[in-house]
Design a protein around this ligand. Structure first.
Ligand code: NAD
Ligand code: ZN
Length: 255
């Protein structure tokens, strides 16, 4: 049993307020590539590129969308279709079960793929989602379907709609962010899983919890800028690390 698992499990079993920050690594086992880290699409030192030779900075920004909305939508449609055809993995289900069991358990996600929700969880989406478009005029959200026409138009007012995600340089949805802040400030245990911890302000949630006295657990196969803050780090993938950590039973005493 990895070192620290027993301690982390005991902290979780004793807690009535838990906050979780999830990142792209949570969905890696469902076949959705991360941007950074192990298996990531975004490695500056490598020649591998994300889409048609473009880097994400050239796609996930308001400037890119203004310059070439068709290209940006084509990238998002590809990502939406991958997510829509993927299935939640055991780590998604383990988090949904944790939420059902703990009195107050906030699942905050940077993921846009909708897989945590499809595993039955209530989720605070910091970066929006791939599953809907958002009207550029009235902000109406429209569900997307496989093979949708590019660009989609608003079913309410007819204007062009954009992807319902938060791009680099944009503000997070305020109400969601405030709820996430409150959850991490009050958490007895905070768990960060599958996030590189470099996208702000999301990563600051882990520091906030730690400053408030929370027991901080990280699950990630690689070290991150948050690792040194963690009380326990499980160097494991989400699928290897979460089910044993979050399962109901106590860890073996010699764990
Ligand atoms: P990131 O791509 O920056 O980092 C991924 C992290 O996951 C790395 O630290 C890596 O070591 C870790 N990882 C890789 N495989 C893992 C596994 N099997 N189990 C656990 N961890 C694993 O991701 P991020 O920190 O979430 O932030 C970047 C942004 O990327 C977010 O805004 C998010 O919206 C976007 N994104 C989302 C998805 C998704 O929704 N599935 C996919 C790619 C990128
Ligand atoms: Zn509209």
């Amino acid at each position: 049993m990895p070192s620290g698992l027993t301690e982390a499990k005991a902290a979780l079993l004793a807690a009535s307020r838990v906050a979780v920050l999830a990142g792209a690594g949570l969905s890696a086992a469902s076949g959705i590539p991360t941007f950074r880290g192990q298996g990531g699409l975004w490695r500056p030192s490598e020649t591998r590129t994300l889409f048609e030779g473009l880097r994400p900075e050239s796609l996930a920004t308001p400037e890119a969308y203004r310059r070439d909305p068709e290209l940006v939508w084509t990238w998002y449609r590809q990502r939406f279709e991958l997510a829509a055809q993927a299935e939640p993995n055991p780590a998604h289900y383990a988090l949904a079960e944790l939420q059902a069991r703990v009195a107050e358990c906030s699942l905050v996600t940077q993921n846009v793929d909708g897989l945590q929700q499809r595993a039955g969880a209530r989720v605070l989406e910091l970066h929006g989602n791939l599953t809907h478009s958002r009207c550029e005029c009235c902000e109406h959200l429209g569900p997307l379907a496989l093979g949708f026409a590019i660009p989609p138009y608003c079913s309410r007012c007819g204007h062009r709609a954009r992807p319902n995600v938060v791009w680099f340089g944009e503000l997070l949805p305020q109400a969601v962010w405030e709820e996430a802040l409150a959850a991490f400030a009050q958490a007895e245990v905070a768990l960060v899983v599958g996030t590189s911890g470099v996208v702000e302000p999301a990563a600051s949630l882990a520091r906030l919890a730690k400053d408030g006295g929370a027991f901080l657990i990280e699950v990630n196969p690689e070290a991150t800028p948050l690792s040194h803050l963690a009380d326990v780090t499980l160097r494991a993938s989400a699928v290897e690390g979460l089910p044993p950590l979050l399962g109901k039973g106590h860890a073996a005493p010699n764990g």
